[in-house]
Design a protein around this ligand. Structure first.
Ligand code: ATP
Length: 415
């Protein structure tokens, strides 16, 4: 029989990684099963507060005649390696027959875009009598089911390279230049490896997890080529995963829904009604009016030079924003400038060169010095120093799920 194994919520901020645990399980399962194809790393709703880091869950397909032994082996791996002593780690595993997959796609789509409960997952598990393993609260059942059920209309690949266990938690040894070389040679077939503008190697994480580096790409060939260029400490193993990274699968089209909620991600069109302003810490905000009302949009400090684009917006500009809604604020991932205000109404200029002052509401304008008077404001053309089109946050601030402009066939502008 063909069985999909879905695993989630095995790691903590102190260590481990669900992809690594899945790999260990795949290795041990060789005794009773054959792994078919590539495993999948599916990113779920990026706003979920329970997440450790990137809200990822893993699934892989097995050919096996021994389901009982399969379940026992996976259970053994979770008990041995999951960060079970951490309160926030609540593993879940499901074993789903291949033909059952279409029944899970709707749940998976909700888990990527929306907020679901453990009971929602258990309802499906009971309805379709899906064998499962639940540790502690078993919240991981949500991600486990979703990683099996997600239908990928678009996908990318991720090559994850893992350290020797004795290196976990220690400083990663790697040659920064070699990662810039990868980007120079293989972009955009391999993308988001480095952030040139901010001088950051994005592919190398800083958490204490087993991953030495991760490379994103469109083909296995390009990823293996990239791996041959990377110069790092010796590594223990590597694996390519099929993923929904860089696909915008989390984004709900605001044009197609009646309301918007916190903890979901949207693409929404609106008109700027409050000019951008900075607050302490370097975060930039502005407000837009949309069919859902007025709300704030934010470009936080880590989005770096993207904030320079946002700072140039003006009341009256028409934009389409992409990002997650939290605290009634859209956390910007990218923005499309659709219409830019090109003319503004200013107090009329007097023949002496100075701008007149308002006499009172609807009472016209007067030059204090010359006593000249005018009723009308003057319409003045302005130079915006910004173009229509898409702008995105730099790779160092990019969410796993966010589709980079290069994958959207859009012009690539760095500011
Ligand atoms: P890592 O990326 O390092 O594997 P993580 O960031 O994936 O860690 P988890 O430890 O898996 O974080 O925790 C996320 C938890 O949230 C999981 O239990 C998962 O089942 C649950 N979850 C995922 N998506 C949703 C959702 N849409 N609604 C409710 N719970 C969710």
């Amino acid at each position: 029989m063909r069985v999909w194994v879905g695993i989630d919520d095995t790691d903590s901020r102190k260590g481990m990684c669900t992809t690594y645990i899945a790999l260990l399980a795949m290795e041990r399962l060789k005794r009773v099963a054959k792994v078919l194809g590539l495993p999948r790393l599916i990113r779920l709703n990026p706003t979920i507060p329970f997440k450790t880091r990137g809200n990822g869950a893993v699934s892989f397909l097995l050919e096996t005649e021994d389901l009982k032994e399969t379940v026992d082996i996976v259970s053994e791996v979770i008990l041995e390696f999951a960060e079970l002593e951490d309160d926030r780690t609540n593993p879940g595993v499901v074993f789903v027959e291949d033909e059952m997959l279409p029944k899970l796609s709707n749940f998976a789509d909700r888990t990527i875009k929306d907020v679901v409960t453990i009971d929602d997952a258990l309802f499906i598990i009971n309805k379709y009598r899906i064998p499962y393993l639940k540790f502690k609260k078993g919240r991981g059942l949500i991600g486990a089911l979703a990683s099996v059920g997600a239908e990928l209309y678009d996908y990318t690949l991720e090559l994850l390279v893992y350290r020797y266990p004795e290196k976990f938690g220690k400083i990663r040894e790697y040659d920064r230049e070699s990662f810039f070389d990868i980007d120079y040679e293989l972009y955009p077939e391999v993308f988001d490896t480095v952030d040139w503008c901010n001088d950051v190697v994005v592919a190398v994480p800083s958490s204490p997890c087993p991953v030495l580096y991760g490379l994103r790409g469109e083909s296995t060939e390009a990823l293996y080529k990239a791996m041959s260029i990377a110069r790092t400490e010796k590594f223990e193993k590597y694996q390519i995963f099929v993923t929904n990274h860089a696909t915008d699968m989390h984004i709900v089209d605001g044009g197609k829904v009646e309301s918007i909620k916190n903890y979901r991600s949207y693409k929404i069109r609106g008109t700027v009604v409050k000019d951008p302003y900075d607050i302490a810490g370097g975060h930039v905000f502005f407000e837009i009016e949309t069919k859902f009302g007025v709300f704030k949009c934010a470009a936080f400090e880590p989005t770096k030079q993207f904030r320079n684009v946002v700072r140039k917006l003006m009341t009256g500009d028409v934009v389409e924003v992409y990002g997650s809604m939290k605290n009634d604020t859209i956390n910007l991932e990218k923005i499309k400038l659709i219409e830019l205000v090109k003319k503004v109404a200013l107090n009329p200029r007097c023949k002496c060169g100075k701008r007149m002052e308002s006499v009172g509401k609807n009472k016209g304008f007067r030059c204090k010095r010359c006593k000249t008077f005018s009723l009308e404001k003057e319409i003045v053309e302005i130079n915006r120093d910004i173009e229509l089109g898409f702008y995105e946050v730099p790779p160092s601030a990019r969410r796993h799920l966010t589709k980079p402009l290069i994958r959207m066939g859009e012009k690539h502008v760095f500011r």
